[in-house]
Design a protein around this ligand. Structure first.
Ligand code: SF4
Length: 336
């Protein structure tokens, strides 16, 4: 079978796998407490794909061109025995890069187990160094120091350079841009600043709350001069910059002000086995049903290739021209 290319000429290269829709944080831009409260119905265990099902599907995705796999959630470490899944994916043919995105809130002892199982890279979400600002963004009483320990321990375990994702929201944590930039470059981590996005339908997104990539760049460049870097590969989401004094690099993810849909090679698999072809999707294709109805690998391959070949997604490019606000799936359900 030829490798599928979508209607905009984009191949399938990255697979983001959400292993759970649960999280122990309530970041206001992703899982606001008002919606994801005590009574929120998360996916019951039997509806989650098993590690065997995830591994089988991943093998089929790699036969269609996927080379990079990222484990996400919710918070992926909420899924018990995650190192066992990492081990299976680490030996799946075609998986060249295996990364994890976490909020860094679990005991650092987990890092050695993930590394030993075959994890290659670690990305950690951290929106501020200041405790009060951190709390304002993630709405749980969790110490920044513990996340910084997770980041340091991940680097020490050889899972670096660790990428640290910071969502920037005007009037909430934009004053933390420089302190975060200074801290991460001093410790050899790669800070990636993310424009606040209208993901899902519950985070109360307004354009006024967006600090644009240009403003983020100027804030840093004014104090810590930056020089542009080439992307590592087609489809890399961050605009890369190096510090002119050689003290590392920083990235800016500009989905709102500088959309990058033209090079988007990412598919997403939800924890209950639905295939989504855009972060801002409204619906997905149910692969779990096919799996549990006994579909063969060939049938699954044909189904996935079919979905990708018909793909037209470029939400971020069309955002401003949207006539009405579609009810999009939640980011915590399909992974960032
Ligand atoms: S908006 Fe959708 S198509 Fe565009 S870059 Fe993001 S995930 Fe890809």
């Amino acid at each position: 079978m030829n490798l599928p290319i979508d209607t905009l000429g984009r191949p399938l290269h990255d697979l983001r796998i959400s292993v759970t829709d649960r999280c122990n944080f309530r970041c206001t831009y992703c899982m606001p407490k008002e919606v994801f409260g005590r009574d929120y119905q998360f996916l019951p265990r039997e509806q989650l794909l098993s590690f065997e099902e995830i591994t089988r599907l991943t093998g089929i995705f790699t036969s269609l061109g996927v080379r990079k796999v990222r484990l996400t959630g919710g918070e992926p470490l909420m899924r018990r025995d995650l190192p066992e899944l990492v081990r299976k994916l680490g030996v799946t043919p075609g998986v060249e890069d295996l990364a994890l995105t976490t909020n860094g809130s679990f005991p650092v002892e987990n890092i050695a187990r993930l590394k030993e199982a075959g994890l290659k890279r670690m990305t950690v979400s951290l929106d501020a160094l200041d405790e009060a600002v951190f709390k304002a963004m993630n709405d749980v009483d969790f110490p920044v120091a513990a996340v910084l320990d997770w980041i340091a321990a991940s680097a020490a375990a050889g899972l670096g350079p660790v990428k640290v994702n910071m969502v920037v929201k005007r009037g909430v944590n934009d004053q933390e841009i420089l302190p975060m930039a200074r801290y991460m470059r001093q410790h050899g981590h790669i800070l990636r600043l993310i424009e606040f996005m209208d993901v899902g339908s519950t985070n109360g997104w307004r354009m006024d709350d967006v600090v644009s990539a240009k403003q983020i760049f100027q804030t840093i460049h004014a104090k810590l001069p930056l020089e542009p870097l080439q992307p590592n590969y087609r489809g890399e989401v961050a605009e890369r910059y190096r510090y002119a004094d050689g003290a590392g690099e920083v990235g800016i993810i500009a989905s709102v002000s500088q959309p990058f849909c033209g090079d988007c090679t990412r598919a997403r698999l939800s924890a209950d086995g639905k295939l989504f072809t855009c972060l801002f999707a409204v619906q997905g294709a149910d692969l779990r049903q096919l799996l549990r109805e006994g579909a063969s690998d060939e049938e699954l391959r044909t189904a996935i290739a079919g979905v990708w070949s018909r793909r037209t997604d470029r939400y971020s490019e069309l955002r401003s021209r949207q006539s009405k606000n579609p009810v999009k799936v939640e980011m915590s359900y399909i992974g960032g």
